[in-house]
Write a protein that binds this ligand. Structure first.
Ligand SMILES: Cc1cc2nc3c(=O)[nH]c(=O)nc-3n(C[C@H](O)[C@H](O)[C@H](O)COP(=O)(O)OP(=O)(O)OC[C@H]3O[C@@H](n4cnc5c(N)ncnc54)[C@H](O)[C@@H]3O)c2cc1C
Ligand code: SF4
Length: 511
């Protein structure tokens, strides 16, 4: 059986970033990824292929309440879900790390605070080439430095929207976004600022994802071995149950076993919990490292909604993901609880709009709608609930989820509709514009976190503050699983920053 210093399972925001941190450690590292490299093909930029045919989603079927089938909107690739993410790379706010009262309950305190995360956020922003400008977001946490890359400019229609929002006393700001764009010298810019970014893979590899920014550069290190199409099936402990002895892997239909001093699970919050649960044994009948009973519980994914604001004015914007608003993040004058975050989505076309429209809507009308819409994305904080959970039955993932804390979020959408309606008048748009609002169904597990939360108390948490399992000495979980609460901004930068933090801990440990 081959022996390594470290095995990393999964190459997404968590695993890929951790690999990058450890690549120069001189340690012998094996990376196991169940997917392959996402192919470069014209379909990368086809809305029909990506959104309607779900070309890059797994065909795996999960189960949900009532034993119903669930077709998850997730993909297994080198780079994980960062291959298709919108690369909106936000820091959580300082208060997100504290106990915070919401209209629907308490968002719990983190055992490690923003102050400790700050330098890692700064490093993660550099590693993922995040463009932004400090000092504009009214809820921005303390930053020790300006972004390394200038903000991505607004196209004219979005600048107009920005000015309208400012006129209403709001504080829209440049979205922090990880694309390799050089606006000062477009001729040498890797990113061409196209309209197929958010939700699509980047055909020309100009998006900052975990594959391009972290995994591929790491493969130049002779001590790093990557095995793709290698699905880890089970973690097996030593006889005393204190350490992982070996792991079982299916690699292209062949069964393999590997050993390492340190095992890092980074399969994404749902699959990491599933792997721990599937690895139940006599010593761990409820799943590995599950003495607390918390493995798989407290699954969070954000309250989220996509909405088209349609006006009489055309919106020819190509790269629309440049503006966000946090004025209501922690509430408003007569509502002192958090409401959530507003950001622009990638610009939709008729093929993205059509699945939501009645079947009899003519194509021309869909094109008109898409060309006149501004596309919004809202996220609110769902609170950890032990009954929102991942379980595994007959080797199949079951996901139970009930929304909570919706009052502030509903209020946010209501307020936003009102603001857009008022802006319409100011900008000679159609008064009472049509809004297509869509809550994201459970299959939209893009922002999955929380299934193995970290904490100081082994009775109530799965991981310690270094993301090591409380019960198994050489087992770590380094992906979205560790979040005790989710906040209301996109989670990936926090997953990346944490991977760098844990990477430093592991480097010191293995010296
Ligand atoms: C359409 C879309 C848009 C998004 N936009 C944004 C955004 O703009 N900003 C943002 O912050 N976040 C965004 N996200 C969320 C973001 O992609 C995730 O937060 C992030 O990728 C999670 O990182 P992770 O390491 O936890 O898991 P993942 O990135 O999912 O990585 C898990 C990895 O583990 C592998 N794996 C799973 N099981 C096994 C196994 N048993 N054996 C071996 N390998 C395994 C998977 O193949 C995958 O490579 C978006 C997601 C989607 C789907
Ligand atoms: S906007 Fe830039 S990074 Fe995004 S898909 Fe287009 S070229 Fe790639």
């Amino acid at each position: 059986m081959d022996f390594y210093d470290i095995i990393i399972i999964g190459t997404g925001a968590g695993g890929g970033t951790l690999l990058h941190r450890l690549k120069d450690s001189g340690k012998k590292i094996l990376v196991l990824e169940r997917g392959g490299f996402l192919p470069r093909e014209k379909e990368n930029w086809s809305s029909i292929e990506v959104f309607q045919k779900e070309r890059y989603h797994t065909k795996e079927v999960w189960k949900t309440t009532g034993n119903r089938d669930l077709h998850p909107g997730t993909g297994y690739w080198v780079g994980g879900n960062t291959k298709v993410y919108g690369a909106a790379l936000f820091r959580l706010r300082e208060k997100d790390f504290e106990k915070l009262e919401h209209a629907g309950g308490i968002s719990p305190e983190w055992p490690v605070k923003y102050k400790e995360f700050e330098p890692y956020y700064a490093e993660a922003e550099k590693l993922y080439c995040v463009h932004g400008k400090m000092g504009l977001d009214p809820t921005e946490p303390f930053r020790s430095s300006e972004y390394s890359f200038p903000p991505v400019s607004h196209e004219p229609r979005i600048q107009e929207l920005h000015d309208g929002l400012v006129g209403k006393g709001l504080h829209p700001f440049f979205m922090p976004v990880g694309v390799k764009l050089n606006e000062a010298d477009p001729l040498i810019s890797e990113c061409i600022r196209c309209n197929t970014c958010d939700g699509f893979p980047c055909l020309i590899h100009a998006k900052s994802d975990a594959d391009i920014n972290c995994v591929r550069p790491s493969l130049a290190s002779p001590n790093v071995t990557l095995l793709t199409e290698a699905k880890v099936e089970r973690l097996v402990t030593t006889a005393n149950g204190k350490e992982i002895d070996f792991i079982e892997v299916i690699h292209k239909e062949e069964s393999l076993k590997f050993r390492a001093s340190i095992i890092v699970v980074a399969c994404g919050a749902i699959n990491s919990a599933a792997l721990l649960l599937k690895s139940a044994s006599e010593q761990y009948p409820d799943g590995l490292a599950n003495g607390s009973g918390q493995v798989g519980r407290n699954f969070m994914k954000h309250l989220s909604a996509a909405m088209l604001g349609i006006s009489s004015k055309a919106n020819p914007t190509k790269f629309q993901k440049t503006l966000a608003v946090n004025d209501y993040y922690f509430g408003e004058a007569d509502f002192s609880y958090p409401m959530g975050h507003v950001q622009l989505l990638g610009k939709s076309d008729k093929d993205q709009v059509s699945p939501d429209a009645p079947f009899f809507t003519p194509g021309k009308m869909l094109s008109e709608m898409a060309s006149h819409s501004i596309d919004w994305w809202f996220t609110g904080e769902d609170l950890p609930d032990p009954d929102n959970r991942v379980t595994v039955l007959n080797d199949q993932i079951h996901l139970e989820y009930k929304e909570n804390n919706i009052d502030g979020f509903r209020r946010l959408i209501h307020v936003w509709k009102k603001i857009l309606g008022e802006l319409d008048t100011g900008h000679a748009l159609i008064p009472h514009a049509i809004y297509l609002s869509k809550d994201i169904p459970l299959a939209g597990v893009a922002h999955q976190v929380g299934t193995a939360r970290f904490g100081g108390d082994p009775k109530t948490s799965v991981l310690d503050t270094n993301c090591k399992t409380h019960e198994i000495e050489n087992l770590y979980v380094v992906d979205g699983s560790f979040f005790p609460s989710i906040g209301a901004v996109n989670p990936s930068l926090t997953i990346m920053a944490n991977a760098l933090r844990v990477g430093d801990h592991l480097t010191a440990l293995l010296k």
